[in-house]
Every structure is written in structure tokens, then in C-alpha cells.
Design a protein around this ligand. Structure first.
Ligand code: IVH
Length: 660
């Protein structure tokens, strides 16, 4: 036994030595590449924080990008040093597919809202009473107008990011949130709990929002109504790469967990700031009602100078113990309240209501107003949403209307001053015919969808008016109008049909280019990305979008059915022998319904005879070619500008003597 132990001893010692040596190697010896990768990551985390959280960059963007590129390159060459928290992965990597639903550890409640200072006073008194006249502090914070998020950190690393959802469970959007530069992936500093949650708001700053909408307008994509919608829409995108490019920002405003560093909300957030989180500088501890009101009044004005949208102030009891004592109602915490700022409102006059026709044929009424200054800009137009909104306001031309901006970029009419209505004012009725082509408008195709009659556009072509009229709210006339309009759509030119397919990035102009380069749908469907980019003005992005549209089986099936239904899926051959210069560069606008030729045929005739088609009336327009049911606004504008209005017979006379 003794011998055995004696014999074993040097071996054990040696083994121990190797274990220690191994450990020493792992912790102190690092291959130079790994070292370089680690120090670049460390440095980029710090630079990100300086730039996105502190807004105090210490190096140029160019130098930053060089470092990031170098890191990405080293990581690509050495995948063995992969780290999910590397700053290089902020650009978004994997493609997420539909989000996983995650139950919140603590439900995500909202706050009870108030617009009145007297309710703030009531809140303050209630807190005082419930706390039995113990001293308390109220932390005032800005109420950021974005989309809320709950972040979980484990051992200093971002583990999960979940949206509010229904408050009980939300979407796991971790991959997207990882791309937001002001959200730290790795925390640094003292006293970080092993596990905690921090909640806050994801925001799209105003300047990013405006730029995004400009780009969308150029691509004829639907605009975001406000930065809140833009932020939440972006967060729900399936591709983190796109999210990464959208310039989202964040503010964190509430920490939760078992072992928080401090017993006060304010101190916890200040601590979180030192770990790398973006916490608002506008937080203030108030010790009296006067302090609270001074804060409300100050920020009601000052918030307009902030780079992000805010819509109020949140008041929270500072002590976590007192928060617990106050507890919750069934819906809200009793220790907090949101005071919402009144949206600015101005009064002006309604001049006229015009109608915009969207790609899908949806009609949006727009109020044209006497210009008025509101929240720093001149407002001339306001959205009226739909026929119901007009009816609800009981709008009359010449009415004095209250316009508000609220969180929306497009102002809305919220009120009408009835006592100021001019005698004999004309009531506004939603138009009955399309202002562009004069066809009778049909409301509630959605109704047919719900009734199970149509599931997609192709189903529309199988509708029988005799069946539709049997549905509730439909009569013979409206049912016939519907099927007539559907029938007429079969004469719509090929390029318009391409446009109407709703392929992303394919607006009117691009559709026309595609139709010219690929004169029938079979050619377009078969076109490769390379072939598409060879077309003038078609870049990589549009080409990819077209290819992926036709790669989708469902889209191909839909096109096939529309083809069978008789839609125009080939360009009408341009007969060059018909070309003349009879119209010698004159510009035409076409409006209304025609009986001798279709609108599209007239458009072709104009082009073939040396004229130009324009889409909106201006002083430069030479003629209005008017059919039946031309929109009254266009008619009035043409008359005002003194532009000759001609009918189709007169137009054909103009071409007389030529082959047409
Ligand atoms: S505290 C239980 N603080 O407003 C308390 N919320 O209606 C949780 N919000 O869903 C919220 N700024 O999205 C808090 N400084 C702030 C906030 C804030 C914006 C949002 C948040 C919440 C909603 C409350």
C-alpha cells in the first residue's frame, strides 16, 4: 500500500502539473490571431457604445468601418473563434422565419393614461395616501413613442429580446434586436446581476424615418404613418440584414429581476447606464408636485427638439419597496401613470376634398386646406381615411376644421366648428366613380372576401352578378356594376397589369420598362436576374424582386389563372407604319370613360402620333382628353388653368388624315 502510494505520487503530481499548465495555457496563452480578434471585438464594442449610446464618437466613421471590416475578415478566415456577440454580427446574419412566441417572465403591462394635470394631482395624492404619508419620490421620464421590448441578460450577455405581444407572450425578435447598435450585446462594469430583464422602447429617429419614407415614396411603396409604426414594422421583418440597415435606436426605462443592484428605480437605471445601456438623460427625481408639473411643462415644449418621438411623460414611484406596496390593479401598476401631451391643434378652412387612387385601386380622400402652421410645418392637406370618416365628421366645403398632428406625420381632421359653417355650404359625399378612369366605385370587396366568394384576385373574374346580388347589402345594380368593372379590367394594357401584380419595387415606370423589354409574361417569368439588369434603369434590387416573385409557385399559379381569365399578358404590337407626328410634342392628360376606344388605346395613339401622356394637370399640359364621368376636381383645375378640354371625337379629328 505504502509502496503503491509512493509509486503513484510523482505521477499524480505530474498530472496536476499538466492540468495547471493547461489551464495556464488556456487563460494566458492565446494565438496572436485570436488575440487580435478579441481586442478588435472589445474595441468595437466600446466604439459602438461611444457612438450610439453616448453620441461621442472618438474615431471617424471611416476608421470604424475599417476596423469592422478587418474583424469580419479575420472571423471569416478563422471560424473557430466564432462568437454570437461579435460586433460584426450586428449587420444581421441568419434569416429568421416567423417568430417564436415566448411567454414573458413578468407580464408586460401598459400604463393608465391621462391627459389632464388634475389626474396627475389625483395620482400623486392617491400614492401619498396609500403609502400612509411616508416620504416618497416620483421619477419623471419621457414617454418614448416607439415599440416596447423586453431584453433578458444572462451573465452579462444579451440572451433574448421579446416584443410586448399581448402582454403575456410576445415574439422572439432577438436576431433583429442584435442588429440595433445602441443595445449592448455584452455588458461591462460592476454589480451586473447574473440574470435580469430590462425593458424599454425601440425607436426610429425622425431623420431616419423621413429618409426611409422618401425612399419608399420613390419606390412607390406604402409610406409609414409615423416613426412608431416604422419601428414596430421594422422589428417584425424577417431579414435581420434589412433591420440592421434601418437605423433603429433604443431607450431603456425599467429593470426587473431578483437581485437588482439598488432599491430605487432611478439608481438602477443609472447603474444600467454604466453597463452600456442607453438611458435617457431626461429622467428626474421629483420630491414635490411642483417639481412634477415643472417637468411636464418644460418637456411639453422641449421635446420638439429631440431626435425621437415622445408622446408624454411617465411618472413612477422611485422606491421598489414602495412600488411593491402599491401593487397593481388588474391592468396597470398603481405606482406609475402616463401623462400624455395634448396634440397640437390648429383651425383652418376646408377648401375641397380630392381623391387619390392607389395601385390596388383603393381610393383615399384627402382634405385640401387653407395653409396653416402646425407643429413647425405648414399644413395644406389632411388625410380623411375613408367614406365613413367623412360621414362621421359631417364635412361641408368651407367648414372650419381642427387639424392635429399627434404622432402622425400626416395631419388629420379631428373636429368641425359647426357654428362657423357658412350658409348653404355643400356637404361632402364620397365620390361614386373613379377620378382616374370614371368606372363606378364598389365598396366592400372585403365583404365578398369575408363571405367566402373571393380568396384572391383571380376569383374576382369568376364572380357572377346574379350570385353577388343575393348577398346582404348588395343589390342588382351594385352587383352588375362590380362585374362590369371587373370585365373592363380585361382591356387594361400589359404594362399596367405588370404594375398591378404588386411586385415589390415595380412601380409604374419600371413596369413599363419591363413590358417593353419582355413583351409577354412568359418571357418576363423566364427572365434571369442578369437579363433583367440589362434593361435600362433596372438594378440588382428590382431584378431580384422580379425573380423571387416568379419563383413563388403561388404567384405563378395566380398569373396563370389571370391569363385564363383573359387579362392582357402581352404587349400590343406597336405598328410602326401607324406612327405620325400629328400631335407634335403636345402633352395630354386622359380622364374619364370612353366609348370609341379604351383609355389605353388612346394612350398608345398619343405616343404613336408624337404626343406625350402626362399623369397630373399642370400649366404645361396642352389638352385634356375627357370621357364620361371625368372627376370634377380635374375638370375644375383644367378650367382654371385654361387648358382645352376635348372629347374623343375631337381627338380623333386631330389625327385625321393620318392612318388612325
Ligand atoms: S414604464 C409597468 N416608461 O408606454 C411599467 N413605459 O403605456 C412599464 N413607454 O408599454 C412601462 N416610455 O411601451 C415606461 N419611460 C417609459 C416609457 C414607457 C414609453 C411605453 C411602453 C409602455 C407604454 C405604457
Amino acid at each position: 500500500m505504502f509502496i503503491f502510494r509512493k509509486k503513484e505520487r510523482p505521477f499524480v503530481l505530474l498530472e496536476k502539473f499538466f492540468i495547471i499548465f493547461d489551464f495556464y495555457l488556456a487563460s494566458h496563452y492565446m494565438n496572436p490571431i485570436e488575440q487580435q480578434i478579441r481586442s478588435l471585438r472589445e474595441e468595437l464594442h466600446r466604439l459602438n457604445h461611444e457612438y450610439y449610446v453616448l453620441s461621442q464618437p472618438s474615431i471617424s466613421d471611416y476608421d470604424f468601418d475599417q476596423k469592422l471590416k478587418l474583424l469580419a475578415q479575420l472571423e471569416a478566415e478563422h471560424p473557430e473563434y466564432y462568437d454570437a456577440n461579435s460586433p460584426s454580427l450586428r449587420v444581421g446574419s441568419d434569416l429568421t422565419k416567423n417568430f417564436v412566441q415566448v411567454k414573458h417572465r413578468y407580464p408586460m403591462l401598459s400604463l393608465s393614461n391621462t391627459y389632464s394635470e388634475s389626474e396627475v394631482l389625483e395620482f400623486y395624492n392617491r400614492v401619498e395616501k396609500l403609502l400612509g404619508s411616508k416620504d416618497f419620490e416620483i421619477v419623471c421620464e419621457l414617454k418614448f413613442d416607439g415599440t416596447s421590448i423586453s431584453l433578458t441578460y444572462e451573465n452579462g450577455l444579451l440572451k433574448q429580446a421579446v416584443t410586448r405581444g399581448d402582454g403575456v407572450q410576445g415574439d422572439d425578435v432577438t436576431a433583429n434586436v442584435r442588429t440595433i447598435r445602441s443595445i449592448p450585446l455584452v455588458l461591462r462594469g460592476e454589480g451586473i446581476p447574473a440574470l435580469f430583464e430590462i425593458r424599454g422602447e425601440i425607436l426610429m429617429p425622425w431623420h431616419v424615418f423621413e429618409k426611409l419614407n422618401e425612399e419608399r415614396a420613390a419606390q412607390e411603396e406604402q409610406l409609414f404613418a409615423n416613426p412608431r409604426n416604422a419601428a414596430s414594422g421594422t422589428l417584425k421583418l424577417q431579414d435581420p440584414k434589412v433591420v440592421s440597415s434601418r437605423g433603429l435606436d433604443s431607450y431603456l426605462y425599467y429593470m426587473m429581476g431578483e437581485n437588482l443592484p439598488c432599491g430605487e428605480h432611478y439608481a438602477n437605471l443609472e447603474k444600467a447606464r454604466t453597463w452600456g445601456f442607453k438611458v435617457s438623460d431626461a429622467m428626474k427625481v421629483c420630491r414635490s408636485l411642483d417639481d412634477v408639473f415643472a417637468y411636464l411643462n418644460y418637456w411639453d415644449v422641449e421635446r420638439k427638439n429631440l431626435p425621437v418621438a415622445t408622446d408624454g411623460v411617465v411618472l413612477k414611484v422611485n422606491s421598489l419597496e414602495q412600488q411593491e406596496e402599491l401593487g397593481y390593479t388588474s391592468k396597470f401598476p398603481r405606482w406609475a401613470i402616463a401623462y400624455k401631451f395634448q396634440a397640437e391643434k390648429e383651425w383652418t378652412k376646408l377648401k375641397e376634398v380630392t381623391y387619390q387612387v392607389g395601385r390596388t385601386g383603393a381610393i383615399t380622400p384627402v382634405a385640401n386646406l387653407e395653409p396653416v402652421q402646425l407643429s413647425g410645418s405648414v399644413v395644406k392637406r389632411a388625410s380623411l381615411y375613408n367614406a365613413d370618416a367623412i360621414e362621421a365628421l359631417d364635412l361641408h366645403i368651407g367648414d372650419t376644421v381642427g387639424v392635429e398632428k399627434g404622432g402622425e406625420i400626416i395631419p388629420k381632421i379631428t373636429e368641425v366648428k359647426l357654428e362657423a359653417r357658412p350658409a348653404g355650404a355643400e356637404k361632402v359625399f364620397f365620390i361614386q366613380t373613379c377620378p382616374e378612369c370614371g368606372t363606378t366605385l364598389v365598396r366592400d370587396v372585403e365583404h365578398l372576401y369575408k363571405a367566402g366568394f373571393v380568396k384572391d384576385i383571380a376569383d374576382l373574374y369568376e364572380l357572377k352578378w346574379q350570385e353577388v346580388m343575393r348577398l346582404e347589402r348588395w343589390g342588382e345594380k351594385s352587383a352588375r356594376n362590380l362585374t362590369d368593372s371587373i370585365e373592363k379590367s380585361k382591356t387594361v394594357a400589359y404594362e399596367r397589369v405588370i404594375y398591378a401584380l404588386g411586385i415589390r419595387y415595380v412601380g409604374e415606370t419600371v413596369a413599363a420598362k419591363l413590358a417593353q423589354a419582355f413583351p409577354n409574361i412568359e418571357l418576363l417569368e423566364a427572365a434571369s436576374a442578369e437579363a433583367l439588369t440589362r434593361v435600362d434603369e433596372i438594378g440588382e434590387r428590382i431584378a431580384q424582386s422580379v425573380v423571387s416573385f416568379f419563383a413563388n409557385e403561388e404567384n405563378r399559379r395566380l398569373v396563370e389563372r389571370l391569363k385564363l381569365a383573359g387579362l392582357q399578358f402581352a404587349a400590343v404590337e406597336a405598328d410602326t407604319s401607324l406612327q405620325t407626328n400629328a400631335l407634335g410634342g403636345k402633352s395630354f392628360i386622359i380622364s374619364g370613360v370612353f366609348s370609341l376606344h379604351s383609355r389605353d388605346e388612346y394612350k398608345v395613339m398619343i405616343e404613336q402620333n408624337g404626343g406625350k401622356n402626362v399623369s397630373s394637370i399642370s400649366a404645361k399640359t396642352d389638352f385634356v382628353l375627357a370621357g364620361e364621368n371625368m372627376g370634377p376636381a380635374k375638370l375644375e383645375k383644367a378650367a382654371k388653368l385654361g387648358i382645352p378640354i376635348i372629347n374623343e371625337v375631337r381627338f380623333l379629328e386631330m389625327l385625321e388624315g393620318n392612318a388612325l
